[in-house]
Write a protein of this length. Structure first.
Length: 335
């Protein structure tokens, strides 16, 4: 893999002061307690979008895999990686490779995929220095704080994301899709309903048209499920955006637009970023914590890291299908 993660602007770095709910596990036999109390924990997750479970003593990838299993979930298979991350034991991975001194704005795992994970577990396995934080945005509330015209446009048109794989810059298509040959790639692209074009210089350009809202299989709620803002070039550090525009022109490594192809204006992007901040809650890590988040109900991000905490991620499914869209062609998803 080559290249590094781009910088995101400072929008949303101020803390909201609203802390995410915490569920305390008992001191004796916490994993057995979780197995018994999994329905209670998952009910809290559905009600609030996410909760922190404290006291499970998560210190390794195997501990986090055991937590996922105790909740009744299985490992999720990612069909495309948008940033480097490392595999750990038991289907556990590292967070996105992202500079620790830069903010990571809220995003939802697999928002471009037909098979996104249902649950995202994030554990703080090691905390050498107190103060590192995380944040979770309740995307069910986003439509309440965004302009009606913007919300209606997304409900009707969905969104589009285009990705161009340039030789020697960022992830290769082989690493992103986990394949080695064009024949294998074509199979994945067909299965995921991804349009692809090979450019004259040998770069691969992919395009997806996705619904921006999906119906939650457990609660029946219509949920915001897109990374229109996170993957938009306007979210890059301005200096880096200028360099990439000069280097690649219209074929930028990543770009998003409304479903009809219209790009976001600067004002619309700023409005979206502010919306995520308005509906977010904070997590101040304690060592051993695990954040259990419903991937359809919440978007996750973080401010710049304090120290070098070891964070682990488990993407999880019951049964992996795309949620039903109320605005696009029928798609299905089951927990």
């Amino acid at each position: 893999m080559s290249g590094s993660a781009p910088a995101l602007p400072g929008a949303g770095t101020s803390r909201t002061g609203v802390e995410l709910a915490v569920v305390e596990a008992p001191a004796g036999g916490p994993m057995g307690w979780l197995t018994t109390e999994a329905p209670m924990v998952l009910d809290q997750v559905r009600r609030q979008g996410a909760v922190v479970v404290r006291g499970l003593q998560i210190g390794s990838p195997r501990d986090l895999a055991a937590t996922r299993d105790a909740l009744g979930y299985r490992p999720h298979h990612t069909t495309e990686h948008f940033a480097p991350r490392e595999d750990r034991a038991g289907g556990v991975v590292t967070p996105f490779s992202w500079p620790k001194d830069r903010e990571l704005c809220p995003s939802q795992e697999g928002s471009c995929s037909l098979t996104p994970p249902a649950l995202v577990l994030t554990a703080c396995a090691r905390l050498p220095r107190p103060g590192s934080q995380h944040h979770v945005s309740d995307v069910r509330r986003l439509p309440e704080v965004l302009p009606d015209e913007l919300v209606d446009r997304l409900r009707t048109l969905g969104w589009t994301v285009a990705r161009t794989f340039h030789e020697g810059f960022g992830m290769s298509w082989q690493d992103a899709f986990g394949v080695m040959t064009r024949e294998e790639l074509e199979q994945v692209l067909a299965r995921e309903e991804v349009e692809a074009t090979w450019l004259p210089d040998g770069a691969l350009r992919t395009t997806r048209h996705r619904a921006a809202f999906v119906d939650h299989p457990g609660t029946g709620e219509t949920c915001w499920f897109n990374d229109l803002a996170f993957l938009n070039t306007g979210s890059l550090d301005p200096a880096e955006r200028e360099v990439m525009t000069r280097a690649f022109g219209q074929n930028l490594p990543m770009e998003t637009a409304f479903g009809d192809g219209r790009p976001l204006s600067t004002g619309e992007l700023t409005t979206l970023q502010a919306g995520y901040t308005a509906v977010r809650r904070e997590v101040t890590w304690q060592e051993g914590d695990v954040l259990v988040a419903d991937n359809l109900l919440s978007a996750q991000g973080r401010p710049p890291l304090v120290g070098s905490p070891e964070l682990l991620v488990a993407l999880a499914d019951r049964r992996a299908r795309r949620p039903t869209s109320s605005a696009q062609a029928p798609q299905t998803y089951e927990e």
